[in-house]
Design a protein around this ligand. Sequence first.
Ligand code: ADP
Ligand code: ZN
Length: 746
Amino acid sequence: MTTDRLHIIEVAVPVHLDRTFHYRVPVALSAQALPGRRVFVPFGNRRMTAYVLTTLESSNTANLKEIIDVLDNDALWTDNELVFFRWVASYYLHPLGEVIKTALPSGINLQSRKTSGQGTETITGGRSVRYETFYRPGMLVDPPRTLGAKATEVLKLIRDEDSIPAAELRKRFGQCVAQLKRLVELGLVEQEQREVYRDPFREESGKRDVPQKLNRHQQSAFDTVRTALNRQIFAPFLLHGVTGSGKTEVYLQAIAHTLDQGKSALVLIPEISLTPQLVRRFRARFGGGIAILHSGLSDGERYDEWRRIRRGLARIVIGARSAIFAPLEKIGIIVVDEEHEASFKQAEGLRYNARDLALARGQLEQATVILGSATPLITSLYAVDQNKLALLSLPERVRGIPMPTVETVAMQGVKTTISPQLHQALEETLAHGGQAMIFLNRRGFATFLTCSECSSPLTCPNCSVTLTFHRSRGQSVCHYCDYAVPAPGTCPTCGCLELLELGAGTERVEHDLRELLPQARILRMDSDTTSGKGSHDRILSRMIDGTADILIGTQMITKGHDFPDVTLVGVINGEASLNMPDFRSAERTFQMLSQVFGRAGRGDTPGKVLLQTLNPSHYAIQCAIAHDNVGFYKQELDFRREVGYPPFTFLVGLGFSGTAEQAVEQRAGSTVRLLIDLKRELSLRVEILGPAPAPLYRLRGRFRRQILFKSPSRNDLRRLITAWLARRATTSTVREVIDIDPVDMM
Ligand code: ADP
Ligand code: ZN
């Protein structure tokens, strides 16, 4: 490099500006400021972390600022990953720097910055790595006769294990420092410091298992996937298999084949803490080499897992939605289990859907992608019709177990939460030694309290929702902002002392069941009973080991658990989710009910479901009862076509929120006028709806309005939003969020 040609870098900055920036690199740093690393830069009147995209040389450095420091010794992302980040940024119309920030583990971010000495800055990037002491056999083979009994035992274990952490030795032998010191001095044992990675599931590695012999349908699905894997090109599949049809076994064998090819596997699941069984099955099949990424990890644990993956120490990554950004190389297969789940959608910041990104990343990596579900998205089934996804179908449960029978209990005029029919069925089930699950998608005791004098319901002062009565906490609580008042309390409107309880929650069901069945062992699983670490697992293991009879819960209990002794499932308020203000409410109801029904009779005794509902004739409910996926798909597709919703149109949501109601209203209003002008100017086929109050008009003290765009052309939508982004006035106190393909409209 000649002296007049200077080192310049292009960086992305995690701010809401849709462009990159250039900086000069001082000579002392020029060997380090390379693509894939983070640098510390002056930005406006701040200093911040930026991501190096490219390096260039130029003699023209006029007006360029200098970087302050380089934060990494190695690249944090590969060229391939940068292509993916750029794709994400462009698809979601989101700044690249913010995408990279989202993709990196939060533990890696700049944590502290101290000024030391003469204005030089010391930067501590990320957290420090943890080391652990290990012992392994030394060079000397023959122990002296004088070696004591305990030291001999310690030595034997170290030799058997080949390498063992000090903590493990302490666990087995108690205090053994003196013995270890002697063994090291004698050269019988060596000590080493090893970088360790915290693994939240490590203690669970236990029993190994072997591949099952596949049944006819599984075999045919697997053969198709294997052929695709062998071709090593992008091959997207929808694996549609009823609950308990052996989808997981197909994933496991497909992944084994991928590993044999020298490639790696990415598995996305809705929520790991709810599905410890699944993680255990992967461990049992593949042993180590699995990394787990999910939202329950501490920053440190997450960063550890991330580093293991980056270094190629894990070839299988299992994780919740953010795992789609895992730094995994040579991806051969991406599995998205329960692809219909709404939790694949990130609702804040970069609003991505990991299910959609699985297809995008799979395409970039030329990988096989399997979207699996017993109740696929309407849009996925439609993609099969359009030949965009290839269908793999598992129409029967393994071992020929029949689907459960479903009976409805009409609840008109029934005053109790548990109908006499359900009460009787529970008694019979328990008398035969079976287990039952009761599903109600609402936690708390009563949905809300209302005044017996003036009929005003108790509402949250920050959000437009009613407060849920939690009897055991003695409070009425807002489920959105956690605002709470003592309960039952008095009516805030008229001061009346008598408040009525309306609508039942899981706490109420538990209370009533304990009265009806005093001898039954009852558990409740909802977000009130599972806040502690490991609490899900404790509840689930009590169902598995048979020390509980009835599990009551919200949708948490519908997730992939396999309880072979559950023969009865009761559903309270089966139609509740039909009343949600969302065009997907029928789809959601059908999926949720089908999943709940699927929990019954997974063992050898056939299952039975009792569905308590006020609205048994709705097609979502009727089709779920009949296990009629095809019928539901047809009727729902007719409805979508009629009202012009996906898959027949593309949607984009634009949300406005702020603490000043009028400012939000004005901003939303002027935006709509600008959008209508732009639409005419560019003659785009876009329907602009709103601005309307968001379904939750007030949330955590903010007023919320939304505009919805509908168009048969994704490209027209993009052009309109891009034009608006370029033209909008940027100074506003109102926060604006773009939501491409909104799953929940805000
Ligand atoms: P799904 O993922 O479709 O709900 P699973 O893969 O969990 O189904 O399978 C349900 C149960 O059947 C599991 O206990 C699994 O071990 C078992 N199973 C799966 N495939 C087979 C097979 N081919 N033969 C025997 N048992 C199987
Ligand atoms: Zn609130």
